[in-house]
Design a protein around this ligand. Structure first.
Ligand SMILES: Nc1nc2c(ncn2[C@@H]2O[C@@H]3COP(=O)(O)O[C@H]4[C@@H](O)[C@H](n5cnc6c(=O)[nH]c(N)nc65)O[C@@H]4COP(=O)(O)O[C@H]3[C@H]2O)c(=O)[nH]1
Length: 857
């Protein structure tokens, strides 16, 4: 069976996009890896893969190493590889390793990845090794496994296929026959020199030109001769080495008759994807253009325009991303740019024009009826425009055509959304919310994610509506919407469930406290008086109920019901408040059963310690790991520590379980130290209950002695939320542990109340910034300020700082820029079982020793 797909991309966002595109197609097994080491762990014991998609962001050599390393993994040995070139990579398509079967740019993933794969599937049996028989597939002219017909399929240019041995024409593209006026049967009866004559080069030189330069020539046509230039590339067809030759006429597209014909065809074309593609190709062919792009912009949704189509006729080139194109920015700002002859002077400021060597360039905004900018049309050519009096108006007509296409698309999208969005607030309505909640539950069942549902009800809203009128009521609802939206992350869902009821889904929850912070924030924000247009100052408060998936219910309906019940409990407690759903008697019974079972979990071998790496922010090398407990319940499957540690604390079992974790983690750290000698720190969580045990330091000392681990390598993590006053023995215990030589880290920093006090009094070496702040980097400026201030304060007090929950590139950049010392999070690695973590260390060692061997002696 070859069904699995492997994605390898170091950038989390790209990884996510690749995953989503394949997931949407319904592929059941998608392994998403950050690098080859991660891939090795994920693929352990797996069947051969059907496909590998690799993001390339290095140079040619590192890409080759990457592919070679992947090929060494048994499931990867035969699968076809598609390369995704990230925007600022230095690698050129021509430098891609030979094992790459196809490639595309990162900006094309959404539209092109699946077609590329389908194309590959059509050509090669899924398990057969893909032997590259032709240059890898270019985005402009996709190959079909070496068959020269690729040049006719998409890039409808003027092409001839020539046999270099007999020098005879084998086939001509439809555009060639159309433009030359000579039928295919006529062309194929002729030798190439009867069809084309090169001014300064013999055919041998033309065929042997590996640089694919454009060479001046004349083409035989029904009208006599067309002057122009041609370039060649080698292609394979059915085992034959042939030459594909492209001709472009100096005069192409400038004749009024051609322009009129073009416009007629343009406006009779469709507005779907195929229609856009056809229109773009027509313009390129008939107007003698070398570059054409259509961009769609929606500044209200994204600052980056989306590419509708982009075509470049020349050699494979990595085109600059939209943010780098200054001309595109100007056009999207509403300016028309006309440089039919003198585009070169823009080369310094616009890398697109510079890199492609464009001499003619036109940029036109795509406008709707009210003159709003919907997007941009960019067109360029390497020669000055032959007849700009014709080219310019044709491009204006084309811009109107593309603008109409974009407008139609948007209307259709909006139509789809109609009936799903609340007209007053623009929020998803109950229908859409229920649908989203179902989707989130399906995803969470697959990924193990925990999330919360909040039911927000405005207190005494009816009173406002009845006394001040509906117009004021509407303004209140709009203002409340803004407040709710500003309290959550962009990835969370806020909906208007009914009248004055709002629902929210907060995703990817690690700790209940994270949700409570949001609920608290909403309650506080609501409390701030509202200033309505020309109206009275109003105080609107809200009551909030919270339920958790999967703890409180496995389905949408019950989750909402529980959140609703909790909201009513909050109202009955005096409103302007929040409440978490209280467990039912049935749940209580289940908890009692779990507690009884937990008693035997250790003895039954159901507990496991997972390890998550901690990374030096500068070198990105591993400096430590955190031990994280897992309970593999025989019937219920894996139960997360967030759920069972509180049960263990309630029963006092945490003391023995905590000791078990400590012993295992120290033993393992010592074994890894003996094998790898990296001096890695091991972080072990201590529960508040453990910290209150008078013999804690003796227990730790015994474990250290038994396992032989250097105390200096042990870091005990103490959560910030334990109050010093409320925990007897806490201070003495911490001091004793410190005296033993262990490090102390303050966990979840920022979530408790006594942050500064705590820091000053406790003998802590490091603080761990809570992931709820890290997650809001790039989202909430207040949380960013807290992160910045925490790092600064910790450094001033000579403490190290670790950031938890680093999930995306943006978090990493921000934390680095603000001098955070160490990082931990899914961006680098999830918590791994012991065997996988060991493989990670071994792989690191192998890679490093390989790199050292390659260094000159
Ligand atoms: N969303 C997200 N989460 C990330 C990311 N990176 C790490 N995490 C998760 O964040 C938690 C970090 O541990 P913690 O704050 O000490 O929080 C821990 C800790 O307080 C507690 N815990 C775990 N093991 C033990 C233990 O042996 N003893 C005690 N007393 N508590 C433990 O349970 C909590 C939850 O542990 P886990 O579920 O393993 O959850 C872990 C880890 O899997 C990320 O990038 N994104």
């Amino acid at each position: 069976m070859t069904t699995g797909i492997l994605l390898v991309a170091s950038q989390r966002e790209l990884r996510r996009e690749l995953f989503d595109v394949l997931d949407r197609e319904g592929h059941p097994t998608i392994h998403s890896a950050r690098d080859t080491t991660h891939a090795a762990i994920l693929l352990e014991g797996r069947e051969p893969l059907a496909l590998i998609v690799v993001a390339m962001d290095g140079d040619g050599r590192s890409s080759l190493t990457l592919c070679e390393q992947l090929r060494l993994l048994p499931p990867c040995s035969d699968a076809p590889i598609i390369a995704v070139l990230v925007d600022d990579t230095t690698i050129k398509p021509t430098q891609l390793p030979p094992m790459i079967a196809s490639w595309l740019y990162a900006s094309q993933v959404a539209a092109e990845l699946i077609p590329r794969w389908k194309q590959l599937q059509g050509e090669v049996p899924a398990v057969a090794p893909v032997k590259p028989v032709a240059p890898p597939v270019a985005p402009v002219l996709p190959s079909s496994g070496g068959d020269y017909r690729f040049v006719f399929e998409e890039g409808e240019g003027d092409w001839l296929i020539v046999d270099p041995v007999t020098e005879r024409v084998v086939e001509a593209s439809p555009a060639y026959t159309r433009h030359s006026g000579l039928a295919n049967s006529v062309l194929t009866s002729l030798a190439l020199r009867e069809v084309l004559s090169f001014e300064s080069a013999g055919l041998e030189k033309v065929f042997g030109d590996a640089d694919r330069r454009w060479l001046a020539c004349q083409r035989k046509s029904i009208r006599g001769h067309d002057t122009g230039e041609a370039s060649t590339r080698r292609v394979n067809h059915a085992g034959r080495a042939l030459i594909a030759l492209q001709f472009r006429s100096d005069r192409a597209g400038v004749r009024p008759a051609v322009a009129l014909g073009l416009l007629a065809r343009l406006f009779s074309g469709g507005h779907d994807d195929a229609g856009v593609m056809e229109a773009a190709q027509l313009l390129l062919d008939e107007m003698g253009l070398d570059y054409l792009a259509v961009w769609s912009a929606r500044p209200e949704e994204s600052s980056v325009p989306a590419q509708v189509i982009q075509r470049w006729r020349g050699d494979d080139h990595l085109l600059p991303g939209p943010q780098l194109q200054s001309s595109l920015r100007l056009v999207l700002g509403g300016r028309a740019l006309m440089h039919p002859h003198d585009a070169r002077r823009l080369a310094d400021v616009d890398p697109l024009i510079g890199q492609l060597g464009l001499r003619g360039f036109v940029g036109l905004p795509l406008l709707d009826e009210r003159r709003n900018v919907l997007g941009a049309l960019l067109a360029g050519s390497c020669n000055p425009f032959g007849n700009s009096e014709i080219v310019a108006p044709v491009l204006h007509c084309a811009a109107a055509h593309f603008a109409h296409t974009l407008e139609l698309r948007r209307t259709r999208e909006q139509g789809r959304a109609e009936g799903l969005l609340d007209a007053l607030t623009g929020l998803p309505n109950r229908l859409l919310f229920n649908d989203r909640l179902d989707t989130i539950i399906r995803e969470a069942n697959r990924t193990g994610e925990t999330f919360a549902v909040l039911f927000v009800d405005l207190d005494r809203f009816k009173f406002i509506n009845d006394t001040l009128g509906h117009a004021v009521g509407d303004q209140v609802l709009v203002a409340v919407t803004q407040r709710l939206r500003s309290s959550v992350r962009a990835s969370d869902t806020v909906a208007r469930y009914a009248g004055d009821e709002f629902t929210i889904v907060l995703r990817h929850i690690v700790k209940t406290d994270d949700v409570l912070r949001v609920a608290e924030k909403i309650v506080q924000l609501m409390d701030v008086p509202l200033h309505l247009d020309d109206g009275p100052e109003l105080q609107v408060t809200a009551s909030i109920g919270v339920s958790f998936f999967p703890e409180d219910a496995p389905d949408a309906e019950t989750l909402l019901k529980h959140a609703d019940e909790a909201m009513y409990a909050a109202k009955s407690m005096g409103r302007n408040n929040y409440r978490v759903y209280d467990v039912s008697p049935a749940q209580e019974q289940q908890n009692a059963a779990l507690k009884a079972r937990l008693r035997h979990a250790e003895g039954n071998g159901e507990l496991r310690v997972f390890y998550q790496p901690q990374i030096n922010a500068g070198t990105e090398d591993i400096v430590g790991m955190e031990a994280l407990l897992r309970w593999e319940h025989p019937e219920l499957g894996n139960i997360g520590p967030g759920f069972f540690i509180p049960l263990a604390e309630e029963t006092g079992l945490i003391v023995s379980i905590g000791e078990w974790v400590l012993r295992n983690a120290c033993k393992q750290a010592k074994a890894w130290e003996d094998r790898f000698g990296l001096g890695l720190r091991i972080g072990v969580n201590l529960s508040a209950v453990q910290l209150m045990q008078p013999d804690l330091s003796e227990v730790v000392a015994t474990v250290l002695q038994e396992t032989g681990l250097d105390p200096n390598q042990l870091e005990l993590e103490v959560t910030e939320s334990i109050s010093i006053k409320a925990a007897p023995n806490l201070m003495e215990n911490m001091q004793k542990l410190h005296r033993l030589g262990c490090h102390i880290a303050i966990d979840d920093f920022g979530t408790g109340a006594a942050s500064l006090d705590y820091l000053r009094k406790l003998p802590a070496d490091r603080i761990k910034i809570d992931q709820s702040f890290v997650r809001n980097i790039g989202v909430d400026p207040d949380d960013e300020a807290i992160v910045r201030a925490t790092i600064e304060m910790a450094h001033r007090l000579k403490r190290g700082v670790v950031a938890e929950g680093v999930e995306i590139e943006q978090h990493l950049q921000f934390l680095r820029a603000n001098h955070c010392d160490e990082l931990q999070g899914y961006l680098f690695c999830r918590p791994l079982p012991q065997a996988s973590f060991e493989r990670l260390l071994a792989e690191r060692e192998r890679l490093l020793s390989g790199a050292l061997e390659k260094l000159p002696a």
